[in-house]
Design a protein around this ligand. Structure first.
Ligand SMILES: [Zn+2]
Ligand SMILES: [Zn+2]
Length: 434
């Protein structure tokens, strides 16, 4: 068996891995956010070239497997449907959430007058080719291959895939989470032992601060601002982080109006349709009753005039557009207000610029907010020790380390090799023997 790395080889973003055996099976096909600020000196921003695609596929595929809906895994799936219509295997929740992102990609491209990576028809073809698999149910997906999904505990619909082909078992983790969060219990501990493991390595060199501590620090920051009668803006990813923040407001009994704006509104509607992924679905449902979802621009306008201390949970998580910039324009000049980013900020994005320089781009102009700025380091990925524990559990003959920055991958491999595992970390474009 061989594996071609089409993206996410010694990088994070645009995941795509093509497995060659009796069948040709593709795991994921995502996009990478890669904004290029071309005119930094003139303090103007140009978003030209802000997404990178994985290496193109021209050959026929026997099956496509999608691990979860995040853009770096699902974002370019429709472009596979320009020429052929390979069967697409995923959970129904993943298709619903991915469709939300695909439509958004088309909308943004139209708005920015750019050529999108795929057309509307390609998206429909992908949707029409979908087969929904349930968790823990081995399914023959081709003449030669059997596929089983296990809960990855990362977001609603996310799975760890195990392919049985040519007498071998290959596991692809996608993104997974080990630690329990307010929404999910973490990955299914009943995963099987396999021959080959393709594993995400996002945090291969570091362990996380315990989630409870991150939660408590965030709540303290929120309470402090509310006490000063300030507004709290939580910059959040639409899929998973927004829902986790909603549930935390309920868990810690925050007494202030809470608003959710941006794509997180529709994503929450979809989450509510799939109780099977939750640790405590009823509790989450209750928490959604305690927040106000902004479903039209009229309500948003009235919120922008709001003076009562409130909390706004909204996209984009890395401040690359979205309603967060509207709120920041309105509330960013008042030192008693606070902006909190709530997740990983990719280099070169507005979020990482703000973290490093205290400035960010709004409508193409550089802006320095006067409100307080904080960062809460929530993560949906396992830390180093959890990754090692996972590998020891599935006992692979070979570990393929992907989806990590080079430094993280080097450390992760060193630790694994000390424990006697054979490892490999392909570059994007490389074909390796399994
Ligand atoms: Zn993910
Ligand atoms: Zn990812």
């Amino acid at each position: 068996m061989k594996l071609k790395c089409l993206g996410a080889g010694n990088e994070v973003g645009r995941s795509g891995f093509l497995l060659y055996g009796s069948d040709k099976i593709l795991f994921d096909y995502g996009l990478k956010l890669n904004p290029k600020y071309l005119n930094e000196k003139s303090e103007k921003v140009d978003f030209e070239g802000n997404v990178e695609e994985p290496i193109k596929i021209t050959e026929y595929l026997d099956a496509v497997i999608l691990s979860h809906a995040h853009l770096d895994h699902s974002g370019d799936i429709p472009s596979l449907y320009k020429k052929y219509n390979p069967n697409l295997f995923l959970t129904q929740a993943t298709l619903d959430l991915s469709s939300l992102l695909w439509k958004d990609t088309l909308k943004i491209a139209k708005y920015e007058q750019k050529t999108p990576p795929f057309e509307k028809e390609d998206m429909y073809a992908a949707q029409d080719s979908a087969f929904f698999l349930k968790l823990n149910k081995p399914t023959e997906i081709t003449k030669n291959s059997k596929l089983t999904f296990y809960d990855a505990g990362h977001i609603t619909g996310s799975v760890i895939s195990v392919i049985e082909m040519d007498g071998k078992k290959v596991m692809y983790t996608g993104d997974f989470r080990a630690e329990e969060s307010s929404l999910f219990a973490g990955y299914d501990r009943n995963i099987p032992e396999v021959d080959y493991l393709i594993i995400e390595s996002t945090y291969g060199s570091e362990n996380h601060i315990p989630r409870k501590k991150i939660e408590e620090d965030l709540i303290k920051e929120i309470q402090d601002t509310l006490k000063k009668r300030g507004m709290v803006m939580l910059a959040s990813f639409a899929i998973e982080r927004s829902q986790e923040l909603i549930s935390l407001m309920h868990k810690y009994k925050i007494k202030a109006p809470i608003y959710v704006d941006g794509m997180g509104v529709k994503a929450t509607d979809i989450f509510l349709n799939y109780p099977e992924f939750f640790k405590d679905y009823k509790d989450f449902k209750k928490s959604t009753k305690e927040v106000n979802f902004i479903r039209n621009s009229k309500i948003r306008k009235s919120l922008l005039r709001e003076t009562k201390p409130s909390i706004i949970i909204t996209t984009a998580g890395m401040l690359e557009g979205g309603p967060i910039l509207l709120y920041l324009k309105e509330f960013g000049d008042d030192p008693k207000n606070k902006l909190i980013t709530t997740g990983y900020q990719v280099d070169g994005t507005n979020g990482s610029r703000l973290k490093e320089t205290g400035k960010l781009f709004i409508d193409g102009d550089l802006y320095q907010p006067r409100c307080e700025i904080k960062h809460a380091s929530f993560s949906g990925h396992p830390g180093r020790d959890e990754l090692i524990k996972f590998v020891k559990k599935v006992k692979p003959k070979k570990v393929v380390c992907v989806h990590g920055d080079p430094s993280s991958i080097v450390d992760f491999r060193k630790t694994l090799e000390k424990d006697g595992f054979e490892t490999i970390a392909p570059m994007t474009g490389e074909i390796i023997d399994l």
